[in-house]
Design a protein around this ligand. Structure first.
Ligand code: KIV
Length: 277
């Protein structure tokens, strides 16, 4: 029997995330898009790895998350799942459903959700939206596929917003977000991402919901935090939003290493006798 996709002991589950919220233990989430990074994150003790559609930006170089396809997200997800399973197997793997793979109809959303789940053996899917996709979340969770919601700044709607500014600062938008959060929980989501909203509003949503909230640019009161791996490692020179804490400057480290390699090759000092056969 092929056991490669079977969970190992200690694997983080939706139940475990709920327990963490109830016990006041914060949930750590980072994105990953490939095997090697997934292994590093799992080994370092991350609770959840998100195969974000931010792969569209940071992996493929698109301006937005909209272009990524189901086939592309499945490709990334398979690599990440393999990485986690080859390491401790502890981290939960959540995968973004790409733009327009779940918005057209409930039937199509269910078919695509099933396709993504079956093809790479991840743990759950993430969908952006509140009231407008609550029925879809219900249909997907009803067949046993766990769903993480995503409210506030929803990057798949960037052309509607026209900018990446903080959402729900106006009273009516904050009220809509509270209603959306309630509907997403009622529809069966096991957690919800809150992106770029005022800290006080995120705190209110966190108090109101039984399920965990995972913040990005939503302050410290959320039950967990998520960031894009490329941002915390400083891989990207251009993108420094206020909500990112950069823990390393890998751009400079890699730049320096590559310059040294180029010099060594040009000068003929690489490879040495010890590095040759
Ligand atoms: O795609 C992504 O990386 C995300 C996170 C930023 C929440 O959705």
């Amino acid at each position: 029997m092929n056991t490669s996709n079977q969970h190992k002991a200690g694997h983080v589950t939706t139940r475990k995330l709920l327990d963490m919220k109830q016990q006041g233990e914060k949930i750590s989430v980072l994105t990953a898009y490939d095997y090697t990074m997934a292994k590093i994150l799992d080994r370092a003790g991350i609770d959840v790895i998100l195969v974000g559609d931010s792969a569209s930006n940071v992996f493929s170089g698109h301006a937005t998350t909209l272009p990524i396809t189901i086939e592309e997200i499945i490709y990334h997800a398979k690599a990440v799942v393999r990485g986690v399973h080859d390491e401790s197997g502890r981290a939960m793997v959540v995968v973004d459903m790409p733009f327009m793979s779940y918005q057209i109809s409930g039937d199509e959303a269910l078919r695509n959700a099933g396709k993504i789940m079956k093809e790479h053996g991840c743990d759950a899917l993430k969908l952006e939206g509140g009231k407008i996709i609550a029925d879809t979340i219900k249909r997907i969770t009803d067949v046993g596929i766990p769903v993480m919601g995503h409210l506030g700044l929803m990057p798949q709607s960037i052309y509607k917003y026209g900018s990446y500014k903080v959402r729900a600062q106006e009273e009516h938008e904050a009220e809509q977000l509270l209603e959306d959060a309630r509907l997403v929980e009622e529809a069966g989501a096991f957690a919800v991402v809150l992106e770029k909203i005022p800290s006080a509003l995120a705190a209110e949503v966190t108090r109101m919901l039984t399920i965990p909230t995972i913040g990005i640019g939503a302050g410290s009161h959320c039950d967990g935090q998520v960031l894009v791996i490329n941002d915390i490692l400083g891989l990207n020179r251009e993108f420094h939003p206020r909500f990112v804490r950069q823990y390393a400057d890998l751009n400079s480290v890699i730049d320096h290493a590559v310059q040294q390699y180029v010099d060594d090759v040009k000068q003929g000092s690489f490879p040495s006798d010890e590095e040759s056969y």
